[in-house]
Ligand binder design. Structure first.
Ligand code: HMG
Ligand code: MG
Length: 305
């Protein structure tokens, strides 16, 4: 292990979207902007800031259009992205000046149906014109495949089902597919098997890991992914996160815990850990509850000397 660690990896911050979509309380738009500013100030260069989904399905992100108007998306140092399930979402993304959208589909038929009210094939058919429209508008498209490690409704999932879905997403034009352990059931050997399956068919830059930390295994799975060649990791400050349509989907891998661990291994991220920790404090204050990240709880100041 660790014979060919990279100098640098890319962190894809999802707290404003995956985190806030799962909070019971609806966070005011101006507070979301405070969080975005704090995250950007830490050096995070890819931030998923909201979703253009149905406000009835996810009321927590119903202010996506207003939030876009508050954010300077021409800032070259950060790419702000948003989830987009259909053409209506794309219209909103274009109007909001978004430079990247995320299209999401599940490896599990049941979870997909619960999440977007469509079968997997119907979902991919909806994505086709969205991807064409996004390309015409100069918007990058990223994909997600959820429930690859397991489904809250179906249990074990054959990862080859997710592989087939990922191929369809790449054919549609996704530059990268983020592999989701949506309910945080993955363990390291399983992660190695899944990552090897995908890296046998995709280039490393086409694969990211999106790991929820429900059972405390996300960081161990990152290490396995890193060792197998993955260079892109999704994370969420403070460990916020969860899919409202996947029962048991607790927080994402915490960005602070990821960055602390990577820096300690000599892998750069471009993120200033102290400022990231401060962004975690902002997140904690706007959601009004203690956040689970270990590094958030331990603090980073004592590490300075
Ligand atoms: P539907 O009800 O089947 O859609 O929902 P519809 O097309 O029949 O439309 C119903 C109503 O929604 C209509 O309004 C549409 O205009 C409106 P009405 O005429 O009734 O007033 N509508 C929209 N409004 C705004 N923006 C839109 C939009 N589309 C339709 N884009 C739909 C289908 C996909 C819209 C719905 O199921 C939905 O929004 N689902 C989103 C669920 C979601 O966001 N889940 C969480 C994100 S996925 C996740 O967390 C996993 C991930 O993190 C990876 C991982 O962890 O694995 C990404
Ligand atoms: Mg997620």
């Amino acid at each position: 292990m660790f014979e060919s660690l990279p100098d640098r990896v890319s962190v894809y911050e999802v707290s404003p979207r995956d985190g806030l979509q799962n909070e019971t309380a609806i966070v005011p738009t101006t507070k979301k902007k405070r969080l975005l500013d704090a995250l950007a100030a830490s050096g995070l260069a890819r931030i998923e800031m909201t979703s253009f989904v149905s406000p009835r399905w996810v009321p927590q992100l119903a202010d996506a259009d207003d939030l876009c108007a508050l954010v300077d998306q021409r800032d070259p140092s950060v790419v702000y992205s948003a989830l987009c399930p259909n053409e209506k979402g794309l219209e909103r993304a274009i109007a909001g000046g978004i430079r990247e959208i995320g299209m999401f589909v599940s490896a599990s038929e049941t979870h997909n149906k619960k999440n977007v009210n469509k079968t997997i094939d119907e979902t991919l058919a909806v994505f086709e014109p969205v991807c064409v429209g996004a390309r015409a508008a100069g918007i990058a498209v990223r994909g997600y495949v959820s429930c690859l490690w397991g489904c809250p409704y179906e249990g074990a999932i054959d990862p080859r089902r997710g592989l087939a879905v990922a191929h369809r997403l790449v054919e549609l034009g996704c530059y990268q597919v983020s592999l989701g352990d949506t309910i945080g059931v993955g363990t390291p050997k399983q992660t190695r098997d899944i990552v090897k399956l995908f890296l046998a068919e995709f280039r490393p830059e086409q694969v990211a890991l999106h790991l929820h930390d429900t059972r405390g295994t996300a960081l161990a799975n990152v290490i396995v992914g890193l060792d197998c060649g993955v260079r892109d990791f999704d994370a969420s400050v403070g460990g916020l996160g969860g899919c409202p349509y996947a029962p048991g989907a607790a927080g994402n891998l915490a960005t602070e815990d990821l960055v602390f661990t990577l820096h300690g291994m000599g892998v750069r991220t471009g993120v200033d850990l102290e400022r990231l920790w401060e962004a975690g404090k902002v997140a904690e204050s706007i959601v009004g509850r203690p956040l689970p990240s270990k590094v958030h709880q331990a603090g980073v100041r004592s590490l300075r000397s």
